[in-house]
Structures are given as C-alpha cells and as structure tokens.
Design a protein around this ligand. Structure first.
Ligand code: FES
Ligand code: FES
Length: 155
C-alpha cells in the first residue's frame, strides 16, 4: 500500500509516496537516486547504510521508509557545504589514509558525525563504540579512529 509522507533530507523538504514495504535505504538509493549511502549486508550487520535520523546514526536497511514521516534525515550527500567544501570528517578521512576501497566510508563518516555532533571531545573508547557497528574490510580501523580523532581536534 502507498502513502504520502514528508520529511527533511539534508535540509530540504521532501514529499513523496512510499510503499509500506520499502526500507529507507531503498527510498534513498532507488527512488531518490542518492547513492552515497551504500548497501552492504542488507540486514543490519555492516553499517554501510548508516544515515543520521534526528541526530542518531541508524541502519537505513532496517528502517521502514514510512517511519521517515516528520523526521530530519542526513546522508553523506548532506555533508558537503553549499560551496562544495568537504566536511572536516571527510577531509580527515582523506588526510589520515582512512579510505581504501571506500565502501564503508559513507556509513563510517555518518556514525562519526552523529558522535561528534553529540560529543565534540570523545575518548578513543567512545569513538570505537560509535563505529562498532560499521565494518571495514580494508583499513584495519586504526586510520579510521585516527581520522575521527583528528576531525575532533584530538590529534
Ligand atoms: S546494509 Fe545496512 S547494516 Fe549492512
Ligand atoms: S575502506 Fe574498504 S571496506 Fe572500509
């Protein structure tokens, strides 16, 4: 069954009809063509699909699209400023060598952003906890943790 919903996506109001079986990940990638958010496992295990909903990092593959009604959603596309400048987390990931294949990177950065928005001086443990649900097959995590520390001004 279809229903019209409205929400904010990267600061812009969106209204559209969604099917009740759609996930938010499907809505973002297949309907809105915002492919920065990645689909890895599709069942809540890898974090590649992480977006921020009302300030919290959420696996969009498990989140029903209908539940987006009235919410504020941020995806990786929303991090670049209007004049094209990268977010400090994006710059830090590049500078620290925390991106290899890049598949985990959008989700990793969204988890890190939700953390830093709530706590701008996290401890290493808090950083590790924040990205514990984000799997990376390439980097061994050390550079990712370093990049998040660096974006938080801790290095
Ligand atoms: S695709 Fe959502 S957690 Fe893996
Ligand atoms: S950089 Fe390849 S999975 Fe993380």
């Amino acid at each position: 069954m279809k229903r019209e919903i409205g929400f904010t996506l990267n600061g812009e109001a969106v209204r559209l009809e969604v099917e009740d079986q759609w996930t938010l990940l499907y809505l973002l990638r297949e309907v809105l063509e915002m492919t920065g958010t990645k689909e890895g496992c599709g069942y809540g295990e890898c974090g590649a699909c992480t977006v921020i909903i009302d300030g919290k990092a959420i696996n969009s593959c498990l989140y029903p699209a209908m539940e987006a009604e009235g919410r504020a959603i941020t995806t990786i596309e929303g991090l670049v400023s209007k004049d094209g400048e990268l977010h400090p987390l994006q710059t830090a990931f590049i500078n620290e060598g925390a991106v290899q294949c890049g598949f985990c990177t959008p989700g990793m950065i969204m988890s890190a952003k939700a953390l830093l928005d709530a706590n701008d001086k996290p401890t290493e443990e808090e950083i590790k906890d924040a990205v514990a649900g984000n799997l990376c097959r390439c980097t061994g995590y050390v550079k990712i943790i370093d990049a998040i520390k660096s974006a938080a001004g801790g290095r």
